[in-house]
Design a protein around this ligand. Structure first.
Ligand code: AMP
Length: 207
């Protein structure tokens, strides 16, 4: 299974990828998590990319593409659920040169819902699980249900950066939809519903 999840920020790609991982055991690879790991580790690459991430922009295309493709080679060359990658047509082409993608699932969420979703999002520092202050509360305030890690608000999950991330998504990532549409791989789900309902749709699409 080689699946790509595409959608605006806050569309639930991470949540759906985690559910798919749980059901099928196929590795979930989030390019954002990889990059945040580099920032947290204070690597040279992390220092370089942080300024782009803080602004919600796409960083150095070739470097990021190589890094994500190397992660795939290392951890999941036989199957993956990609979340946040490819984000540009260039990345989609490079991925296609190395892997045969089975389906690209577009999780469609209207713009007005995105901001509320993102600003209320809380992420686990240890396992990257995703919660929400209104829709998906953890059992214990500030503590991850899955691993007990600390929940935090990502630095780029704020009103100002969200506006930029939506602009970048529209300009850079929407062409990726056309790329997969042309190759007959694009499938669309309505993401403006509960996570369980969206997940059921994705399962039926994939089967
Ligand atoms: P995400 O966790 O997918 O919301 O990504 C957070 C930030 O990481 C984005 O706003 C970008 O700055 C950066 N990023 C994540 N994935 C990519 C990618 N495939 N290409 C370039 N930048 C990325």
């Amino acid at each position: 299974m080689k699946i790509v999840l595409i959608g605006p920020p806050g569309s639930g790609k991470g949540t759906q990828a985690a559910l798919l991982n749980k059901k099928f055991g196929v590795p979930h690879l989030s390019s954002g998590d990889i990059l945040r790991g580099e920032v947290a580790a204070g690597t040279e690459f992390g220092k370089k990319i942080k300024q782009f991430m803080d602004r919600g922009e796409i960083g150095p295309a070739e470097l990021i593409t190589e890094m994500v493709l190397a992660h795939i080679d290392e951890h999941c060359s036989d199957g993956f659920i990609l979340d946040g990658f490819p984000r540009t047509e260039y990345q989609a082409v490079k991925l296609g040169e190395r892997h045969t993608v089975n389906a690209a699932v577009f999780i469609n969420v209207p713009g007005e819902e995105i901001s509320a979703r993102i600003t209320g999002r809380r992420t686990c520092r240890s396992c990257n699980a995703i919660f929400h202050v209104k829709n998906s509360l953890p059992e214990k305030d500030g503590v991850c249900d899955r691993c007990g890690g600390e929940l935090y608000q990502r630095q780029d999950d704020n009103e100002t950066t969200v506006a930029n991330r939506i602009r970048v998504y529209t300009e850079e990532t929407m062409p990726v939809l056309d790329y997969y549409r042309k190759s007959g791989l694009l499938r669309q789900v309505d993401g403006a519903r509960s996570g369980e309902t969206v997940f059921r749709d994705i399962i039926s699409i994939l089967s």
